[in-house]
Write a protein that binds this ligand. Sequence first.
Ligand code: CTP
Length: 420
Amino acid sequence: MKRVLLIIGGGVAAYKCLDLIRRLAERGIGVRCIMTKAAQEFITPLAVGAISNERVATDLFDLEGEREIGHIRLAREADLVVVAPATADLLARMAQGHANDLATAVLLATRVPVLAAPAMNPAMWSHKATQRNVRQLEGDGVHFIGPNAGEMAEKGEAGVGRMAEVAEIVSRIEGLLAGDSDSGFGFLNVSNVRTVRPVLAGRHVLVTSGPTHEPIDPVRYIANRSSGKQGHAIAAAARRLGARVTLISGPVQIADPEGVEVRHVETAREMLEAVEAALPADIAVFAAAVADWRVAAPGRGKIKKAAGAAPPSLELVENPDILGTIAKRGAKRPALVIGFAAETQTVVENAKAKRKAKAIDWIVANDVSEGGGVFGGDRNRVHFVTAEGVEDWPDMSKAEVADALLKRAGAYLAQNRASV
Ligand code: CTP
């Protein structure tokens, strides 16, 4: 039986932990709980104990507890430690390595993966200090889920700060628990990640992002709705995980990610050229929405509208398939080629066929039907398609998709000992 140690922090969202414990129990996952002092202001150890069917640990200096279990054993016996709700204060203490209560002492002593589900007021979440702590913890190998955007407990407050939904947390826990056999959300043994080096250190990651603009004449062009958010998030995540990153970006309205080498291009042909020039790479992620066609003979001057004349017809020719070209390269083919498939129908089936046809290692498929909010939005629900099968990932932010994908890629390269 897999075991989760749930550390309940002191926030209004603490009550959701009762449901979380039930849902985990339904799936045959054992849950033992620690409650911080503040958590006990929101729910009682009695309620948590009744639902988890286990004694709830609350105090570092609980002698009986120390004799029976001991905080080091508590820390070691679980397969995964989950912190929910992870309050601003708890995250700060985790980031600093405090150990002055049972929750933080256990977090410091554990060698198993840690998943934090932050919940706090939006102003506290976006504060530089909290963001700094989160980055620090991510660098230390801690996994995060949420927070989500939405209404807060405080009347009239809305923004990013709501704890992720119980179903999302359960799904992430299952992924992480499966991950120690290197599936699911996959991570290297987290004790390595923490103490050795970031998963992508020494790797070169190449990313395409955004749309392309294909000129009709000097003032008009053919384009698409891609915002570049997912591709840019991938470049940023690769950087955070220690890689050297080259981002080839089509025209977008968002800022270049920090610490990443960015080449700005307009057309598909320019994008292919920039990609070729950036090789070799260990991992290539093709997140750009490349125009499939370009105008065969763009006007040198602006095409004028003549009174009474028929509208001009545009002859289109096919653009090079950048991903297809790179995936089928003999020399300098990146060890891991990852494509995206934006589909509106039979999403997974099309993605599977595309993966084979284009000789791609992994495809991240998403449904971009109208109303789904993927184009331009901040969230994504994707299907992860590999030779081994298909995983349906839960609804996540684009940053979380990026992070999960690249941690997985890092683990894959480490296993296959591939390097350029
Ligand atoms: N892609 C590319 N160069 C192109 C077209 C697509 O590199 N000229 C890449 C995209 O970045 C994406 C993947 O191919 O990773 C899939 O793109 P998509 O447009 O969904 O697929 P197509 O092969 O164009 O197929 P279709 O338009 O029929 O869906």
